[in-house]
Design a protein around this ligand. Structure first.
Ligand code: ZN
Length: 265
């Protein structure tokens, strides 16, 4: 009996200590990924966490919403939804997310007065920065600036039974071209060995300063702005606990399918 009296306050004290440590010691140098991009391309569009939950894991990133109901841009801790009708809204905190990648932005690398002629020039120039800093790490990039022209896409919400993403996009992709658009490009670089879990290389989304234009970037030209990059080493991936996910054959190579989806073919 004597021991119990000592033990209970001790357990409470230990719990408080660890809870306190957790909240003050969140690891912010990690990529938080919801599901595999390969799973999304095979039609796993069911939301598995809420926008509110996702936002606890980062203040910048990209993704999509339940039923691929638009493109997600997370910027300065706000989750934006660029919808298939071309509008952009702040996502409802209860909206569900099937796929996303977010992190907390640290400006490890900065390049002022950066320019790129088009999207392949952008990729090449960012690849040079990655080569200097280590190709086997993850990078989140943020480019604040303007484009002479930018072409983005979004898509209409899908209903069950879900089609593969390339099939859904072949009919329900919507493209938007904007001239002289000022805003922010949010991009993720995944290293080459991530080809089973995500898209190796670059994946860019855009949102304008007035938050009226946004989507997944297909093309751009005449980009000028300032680049900030966050280099990080850790991946924290959430596997959905649902029937669709467990029915997928994720050993099938999705490389070509992902390329088509990314490039909007
Ligand atoms: Zn995208």
């Amino acid at each position: 009996m004597k021991d119990k009296k000592v033990l209970i306050p001790l357990v409470v004290a230990v719990c408080i200590f660890f809870t306190g440590c957790q909240s003050s010691n969140v690891n912010k140098d990690v990529l938080y990924q919801v599901d595999l991009l390969q799973s999304l391309t095979l039609g796993q569009y069911d939301g598995v966490i809420t926008v509110e939950e996702l936002a606890k894991h980062g203040d910048i990133g990209i993704g999509t919403f339940e039923g691929v109901n638009g493109e997600m841009i997370v910027l300065d801790g706000v989750v934006y939804q660029a919808l298939g009708d071309g509008s952009v809204v702040v996502a409802d905190s209860k909206e569900k997310v099937p796929y996303a990648t977010v992190t907390y932005m640290d400006k490890d690398i900065e390049k002022k007065d950066f320019t790129a002629n088009d999207i392949s020039d952008l990729k090449n120039k960012l690849d040079e920065i990655v080569k200097e800093n280590g190709i086997n790490h993850f990078y989140m990039v943020r480019i604040d600036g303007k484009c002479n022209q930018i072409k983005v896409r979004s898509e209409l919400k899908q209903q069950k039974p879900y089609k593969y993403l390339d099939e859904a996009l072949s009919t329900d992709q919507r493209e938007f071209v904007y001239d002289n658009s000022e805003g922010t490009i949010v991009g993720l670089y995944c290293p080459p060995y991530m080809d089973k879990l995500n898209s190796p290389g670059w994946h860019f989304h855009f949102i304008s300063n007035d938050k009226k234009q946004g989507g997944h970037i297909l093309e751009l030209n005449g980009l000028s702005g300032n680049v900030a990059m966050d280099k990080f080493s850790e991946l924290d991936m959430y596997c959905p606990d649902n029937e669709i996910f467990d029915s997928l054959d994720l050993t099938v190579n999705q490389g070509d399918r992902i390329k088509d989806v990314e490039q909007g073919k």
